[in-house]
Design a binder for this molecule. Sequence first.
Ligand code: KMH
Ligand code: ZN
Length: 303
Amino acid sequence: MSDKVIITCAVTGSIHTPTMSPHLPVTPDQIAEEALAAAEAGAAIVHLHARDPETGRPTPSPEVFMQFLPRIKQGCDAVINISTGGSHVMSLEERLAAAVRAEPEMTSLNMGSMNFNFAPVADRYADWTHEWERDYLRASSNAIFRNTFDDIEQIIRTLGDGFGTRFEFECYDVGHLYNLAHFLDRGLVRPPLFVQTIFGILGGIGADVDHLVHMRRTADKLFGDGYAWSVFAAGRHQMEFCTHGMLMGANVRVGLEDSLYIRRGELATSNAAQVRKIRRIVEEAGRSVATPAEAREMLGLKG
Ligand code: KMH
Ligand code: ZN
């Protein structure tokens, strides 16, 4: 097991909405500031989505991305990772547009189609700041987060072959690991694979430590020493799962995309606060936090 732990910070995402937390960054300035502070706190990778500056609604607009990406690039050395998951209502073309414009070192790549239901979260809120929020969240219960084999191949060919982009392979269930192995067998992706295992999304594998062990063992069988393992869990399981995973040798992902909280019942006031917390846990456990340069080396990024 490497002594080094890569911390990814997923800064805003497309699930949480402005009513849920005043600390969720939505404008380009806020996203840039939050990403820079997360990098300063120890995140080697920042995973980014964009939002409409007026309403906070997730947007695929490359113009909006370009209002914060250059600032982050100038202000820190962290690896920029642009989402190709976008949101459940975006087309594949929309989901690819920002990465095609920015040609980043890394993007996410979701490894299978799935239900992706965050409507139950919506039911916890009575009053909404913006009209779009409730309907957007409710629509997820009847939507398919589409990532067919052809879609995945198109993303690999467009970004991987096109720009040398490498991927955060998002695996929400055991089958997604086998899908990734299929692309490895076909020679469309190559080691070291950055395998992000995700727990506790309604539609994916649950946040149960047995599953963490099983995902790890399955990835070991399929990828041997050709992968770097990372863990995140949604909502209240975030810190606990990152801690379990880190003790088992994983890298970790935190950020307000994945959880709005710093501990039970207390909103995180920033992404950096979550990075600092997991960093303390990592260091107390005797491991150390990877710098962006070390992360690039570990993941074979173009730099
Ligand atoms: N919001 C996460 C559950 C992506 O951006 O590609 C999944 C995610 C998807 O990060
Ligand atoms: Zn994301």
